[in-house]
Design a protein around this ligand. Structure first.
Ligand code: URA
Length: 209
């Protein structure tokens, strides 16, 4: 495991997949590295690629504002990053090999932050982070019998519409997926459920204080 400075430097020099060819900046992550909650998105968009900062575009601003409404600020209350640190062209979904090449950086970030709560933003983050946690959690007593995870455990796959908003509580942390804020920009109807999920996350966070 690397410490922050070395990890960031290594990611900034990364050539493990083709996304490095088109990037302006590696978008490593930012926020409070000692916070209890960590948000994980999919991959940088154009604004993030240009600035080197996660979630600063339209979707990011929506998320930031919603969290501020809950009195949660990036500087003080959470750490935020993505599964992929480089922008896929035209904001396409990262390919499996791109995500897999990048995930060691994310694992290292999680190991350094040691969050009590992980929030996956959108289906891609849910697939590469929460689905893996769920499938590994079979070895923890109780989870396999938990009815809310029955379908997901049976198939080994999660669905954002079916599985968002549900906590998976395992040994050291709780994890939940919610809609990606970009999905709210396309479909206003998702806003209500997204807001409910965020309020739930805030409550969970308070339970650790
Ligand atoms: N969407 C993401 O998933 N991450 C960002 O940083 C910006 C948009």
């Amino acid at each position: 495991m690397l410490h922050w400075k070395e990890l960031k430097e290594e990611s900034e020099a990364c050539v493990k997949c083709d996304l490095c060819k088109e990037r302006t900046n590696v978008v490593f992550g930012e926020g409070n590295i000692n916070s209890k909650v960590m948000f994980i998105g999919e991959a940088p968009g154009a604004d993030e690629d240009r600035t080197g900062r996660p979630f600063v575009g339209r979707a990011g601003q929506l998320l930031t504002k919603a969290l501020i409404a809950l009195n949660l600020t990036r500087e003080r209350d959470y750490y935020i990053c993505n599964v992929c640190k480089c922008r896929p062209e035209k904001n396409r979904t990262p390919m499996e090999d791109e995500a897999k090449a990048c995930i060691p950086y994310l694992r290292n970030q999680v190991a350094l932050v040691k969050p009590k709560i992980i929030v996956c933003l959108g289906a891609t983050s849910m697939k590469y982070v929460m689905e893996k946690v769920l499938n590994n959690s079979k070895k923890f007593p109780g989870i396999a019998e938990d009815m809310i995870w029955r379908e997901a455990l049976k198939t080994g796959t999660m669905k954002i519409t079916r599985d968002r908003g549900k906590w998976l509580r395992i040994k050291n942390f709780s994890i939940m997926s919610t809609f990606h804020p970009a999905a709210l920009l396309r479909d206003e109807n998702k806003k209500k459920l997204f807001w409910e999920d965020l309020k739930n996350i805030k409550e969970e966070l308070e339970s650790f204080n």
